[in-house]
Design a binder for this molecule. Structure first.
Ligand code: PEP
Length: 250
């Protein structure tokens, strides 16, 4: 059985008090039985406190980014080992905001992926096409290239430690959600590529979640798609009630 996951990406929002308030509300709401695993991703300075708060619940905590290297003169970077030392073993890699604003290339992302596999991290790996590619019918080509340049160079993929996030760039933070059928078709395509590149076992056990302006009223139809195993939620994860409604849409 594939894992079902709803993960909240808080991005660069919430100071310490706001992060604590939000996680307390999310924990309170999560006491009800849910059909999926729940992750939250606060900013670096609050990871440890949020993780400690979550130890009374099933909610897991992940980092929004990690360095491409283990240690040394990389001002501002945070390594896998540093995260592990505060009990955080999951991380988002390849978010389009990192690719766009911080110019993270496929080469750098492959480096990060390799290091995370080496450090036994659970990886949430984001891929997605921009609007221009979608409009010119090149979405599938872009996704295939992103896969070929990065994750497919890793031979020892453990599908239990990898979550693929299909996040069309044109849908992130824009209020435009992919149509459920568009999400399904791309998730199916990604799953087929994993089957061709690895094997049936990897592909059928791989969790592929969708991200891009998922809101309480759009979540259900997207999550109903057979190849969609949950969501990576940005804006709506900052409101505990919306996040909880999305969790309950699975
Ligand atoms: C994201 O940042 O991963 C995301 C999906 O954001 P939003 O839900 O706000 O589009």
């Amino acid at each position: 059985m594939r894992r079902k996951i709803v993960a909240g990406n808080w991005k660069m929002n919430n100071n310490f008090n706001q992060s604590m308030e939000l996680i307390d509300l999310i924990i309170k709401n999560s006491k009800k039985e849910s059909k999926c695993e729940i992750y939250v991703s606060p900013a670096y300075p609050f990871l440890k406190d949020v993780r400690i708060r979550c130890s009374s619940s099933d909610i897991k905590v992940m980092a929004q980014n990690v360095s491409h290297t283990n240690h040394g003169a990389f001002t501002g970077d945070v390594s896998c080992n540093m995260l592990q030392s505060i009990g955080v073993n999951s991380v988002i890699i390849g978010h389009s905001e990192r690719r766009t604003f911080f110019k993270e290339t496929d080469e750098l992302l492959l480096n990060k992926l390799e290091l995370c596999v080496e450090n036994d991290f659970e990886i949430f790996y984001c891929i997605g096409e921009n609007l221009e590619a979608r409009k010119s019918n090149r979405a599938y080509q872009v996704i295939e290239t992103q896969l070929n340049n990065t994750i497919f160079n890793i031979s020892n993929i453990n599908p239990k430690k990898l979550v693929m996030a299909y996040e069309p760039v044109w849908a992130i933070g824009t209020g435009l959600t992919a149509k459920p059928i568009e999400a399904q078709e791309m998730h199916h395509f990604i799953r087929e590529k994993f089957k061709n590149n690895y094997n049936n076992d990897v592909s059928s056990n791989l969790t592929i979640i969708y991200g891009g302006s998922v809101k309480p009223d759009s979540a259900k139809d997207i999550f109903l798609q057979p190849d969609v195993d949950g969501g990576l939620i940005g804006g709506a994860s900052l409101n505990s009630n919306d996040f909880s409604d999305i969790i309950n849409s699975i």
